[in-house]
Design a binder for this molecule. Structure first.
Ligand code: NI
Length: 280
């Protein structure tokens, strides 16, 4: 074949391959397939559906959960969780309140504070509460690499183990930041929350109690901080209010069933409970 012919055929072959490839990509990549609208429909309905690239098309849509029978309702169990401690003044008061009301809780502690207050960390564990890892010093993990995060979590777990004899089996990322690097570094499940009454910002027990009461439902994971007196004060009122509504308090391990079925405890996976109604 002559060089002249080749110099004609090669670029045209590339161009043809590009056109075919681009067309296949456009029609096959799911981003160009219609997406379901937000509304819920039990029966198939005709609906205008907006595709991600802005086209409006008429399509038939049905609620994917419409014919799925709802599971039995969750039992009325909730988990109280306390982050950022232990605190020399407020944690002992909180432990006394939890003891008085026979309520187990989960404490996501900072390694630096455990090193500073090992006796308080030990008291958390000997009182029957669960202890979790909340990093060494509340680092924002969003820009850290896997090795740095792993070193931080290991250092914290070691401090907890030395102080209490217990190795944390759950981890809560500061600010709820979950990254791929954290998921790769974590040796335990990542436990998030479903109710954040913003007790760290609004230091008034009344406000905190009202926010929890407004959002409470079976399976709730309540985020509080045992480094504020107002949060400790709110806790006792939350306990009284929820007990009066028939709720039982459990640890995170009990809530997610980790204590009964260890295979549910998957490292690096974020956990919080969603009910069937939340999915609809
Ligand atoms: Ni925190």
């Amino acid at each position: 074949m002559s060089r002249r012919l080749l110099s004609l055929i090669v670029p045209w072959t590339f161009l043809l391959a590009f056109v075919v490839g681009a067309s296949l990509w456009f029609f096959l990549v799911p981003a160009h397939a219609p997406v379901a609208p937000v509304a819920v429909a039990a029966e198939p309905v005709e609906a205008f559906i907006v595709t991600p690239d802005g086209h409006t098309v008429l399509g038939v849509w049905q609620d994917p959960l419409a014919n799925v029978p709802p599971p039995p309702p969750l039992p009325k169990i909730v988990a109280l969780t306390f982050d950022d401690g232990p605190h020399p003044t407020h944690t002992p008061v909180l432990l006394e309140i939890l003891k008085r009301h026979q309520v187990p809780a989960t404490f996501f502690v900072l390694g630096s504070r455990v090193e500073q207050y090992p006796a308080l960390a030990r008291q958390i564990v000997t009182s029957g509460h669960q202890i979790g890892n909340h990093t060494w010093d509340h680092a924002d993990l969003s820009s850290l690499d896997t090795d740095t995060i792993k070193a931080d979590l290991d250092r914290t777990a070691l401090a907890v183990a030395v102080a209490t004899g217990a190795v944390p089996q759950v981890m809560r990322p500061p600010y709820g930041v979950v990254t791929t690097e954290l998921q790769q570094a974590a040796a335990t499940p990542l436990v998030l929350w479903s109710i954040d009454p913003k007790d760290w910002r609004d230091r008034e027990a009344d406000t905190v109690v009202q926010r929890v009461e407004a959002e409470i439902k079976p399976g709730s994971v309540i985020l509080l901080h045992d480094i504020y007196g107002s949060s400790v004060e709110a806790t006792e009122r939350i306990i009284l209010s929820l007990k009066a509504q028939g709720y039982t308090f459990v640890t995170v391990d009990q809530l997610f069933g980790f204590d009964q079925a260890p295979e549910l405890r998957i490292a690096g996976v974020p956990y919080y409970l969603q009910t069937f109604d939340d999915l609809r």
